[in-house]
Design a protein around this ligand. Structure first.
Ligand SMILES: *Cc1c(COP(=O)(O)O)cnc(C)c1O
Length: 403
């Protein structure tokens, strides 16, 4: 990715026996779905996290599509989703006819603001889909309480948060189901891949069928039926065992990977703290109940202009920093659903100002020091307003519009 930068934004490395395992997978001869290594990965996820079932998939997008089928989403249904997320969180449900009901985010964690939930719930609401942004948990106690009150399933898009925790619970084990991504940019990766994690037993059997092209092939392989046939709708969501072999190599090294990422995150935080204070830049906030998954290091710059200036400044030093989600409610598709500028003030203000620094497991100490030094050279002028002031001011305008 972007080989022209001396310090890239992201870089996938091997951390253990990934390549040996790929060779083994090929020698074992079962390289399609649900071979030896796919099962080993599922075992780690099920045991380590304590989920009822972990099904590896071709991507997180596909795991979300499976959930959409499992929840019988159809035309006219509504799902409550952040606008500040990757397109798949929403598209998987829109694909089956749902209308996205976008919910604004909290200023501190950039996660969905649980205080807005009740007013967005209608008789048509079929799911609430929190995304644990940057691997820092949403306020799940409140979200689950509201969802249970209305009998609505909660689906955690946990693409960023594998091995993160909230109030002592593993992320991805709190809602009815959750998803993981093993895309190149995530903490654990095999290039492209993902998983569907199921906590509510009632979804397990049908999930296996949907993942196997709508057939009861999984039952057949367990000897529970003597032939397999077409029993439901479905598609091909199984990951090749070659990719699972790579994934298993990564998952085996989970302690090392996460402790490296923690060290890198803490190093950014400690070395940029006073620079951030002086320059009205906001560093990430991790609430007390959250053990974060160290997925990324972002900063909230005081304005869109300053964000763009810092990206260019770092680029001039051959360091790639990037912004993140362009709000979905302002995209062409979002506008087709009737959303417009001003609907989600926090999402709009924060997404304009967010910048992510290079962050990957093998980021060397020298390279990180170069990034830190470059950032500290950048100065924000004194009469620039801080983002906290902007958020409060524009939020007030937003609130006046609502009441
Ligand atoms: C990466 C990501 C996805 C999609 O993951 P794929 O495995 O690429 O399909 C979905 N949601 C979020 C929040 C993501 O960051």
């Amino acid at each position: 990715m972007h080989p022209s930068f001396k310090i890239p934004f992201n870089h996938l490395d091997t951390h253990g026996k990934e390549l040996d395992y790929i060779r083994q997978a090929i020698q074992l001869g079962h390289v399609s779905g649900d071979g030896t290594f796919t099962k080993r990965c599922s075992d780690i996820l099920e045991k380590e996290l304590g989920v009822r079932k972990a099904l590896l998939t071709t991507s997180c997008t596909h795991a979300l599509e499976m959930i959409s089928i499992l929840l019988n989403i159809g035309p006219g249904d509504e799902v409550i989703v952040p606008s500040f997320t990757f397109v798949s969180t929403v598209n998987a449900f829109v694909l089956r006819g749902a209308k996205p009901v976008f919910i604004d985010i909290r200023e501190d964690t950039l996660n969905i603001d649980e205080n807005h939930l009740k007013k967005l719930i209608t008789k048509k609401t079929k799911a609430i889909i929190p995304v644990h942004y940057a691997g820092v948990a949403c306020e799940m106690n409140v979200i689950m309480k509201v969802a249970n009150e209305y009998g609505i399933p909660v689906i955690e898009d946990n693409a960023h948060g594998l091995f993160g925790k909230y109030d002592g619970k593993n992320l991805g084990t709190i809602g009815a189901m959750s998803t993981l991504s093993f895309h190149e940019t995530k903490n654990f990766s095999c290039g492209e891949g993902g998983a569907l994690l199921i906590n509510d037993e009632k979804y397990v059997q049908r999930a296996e069928i949907i993942r196997e092209k709508g057939t009861n092939r999984s039952k057949y392989f367990r000897g529970q039926v003597d032939k397999y046939s077409w029993v439901d709708i479905g598609s091909s969501y199984l990951i090749s065992d070659i990719l699972s072999a790579f994934m298993y190599g990564q998952l085996e090294e989970r302690k090392k990977i996460q402790s490296n990422r923690k060290r890198i995150w803490n190093c950014y935080y400690e070395n940029l703290y006073s620079w951030a204070e002086e320059n009205k830049v906001r560093l990430p906030i991790v609430p007390e109940l959250c053990d974060q998954a160290y997925h990324m290091f972002y900063m909230i710059m005081p304005s869109l202009e300053k964000r763009q200036e810092l990206i260019s400044f770092l680029k001039s030093k051959s360091i790639l920093s990037v912004f993140h989600y362009v709000p979905l409610h302002l995209s062409d598709m979002g506008q087709k659903f009737g959303f417009e500028k001003g609907d989600l003030p926090n999402t709009e203000i924060l997404s304009d100002r967010l910048l992510r620094l290079p962050f990957y497991t093998n980021l060397s100490e020298n390279d990180q020091e170069a990034v830190v030094n470059a950032v500290r050279e950048f100065k924000v002028d004194e009469n620039q307003e801080s983002v906290a002031n902007v958020v409060n001011k524009e939020l007030k305008i937003g609130k006046d519009n609502i009441f």
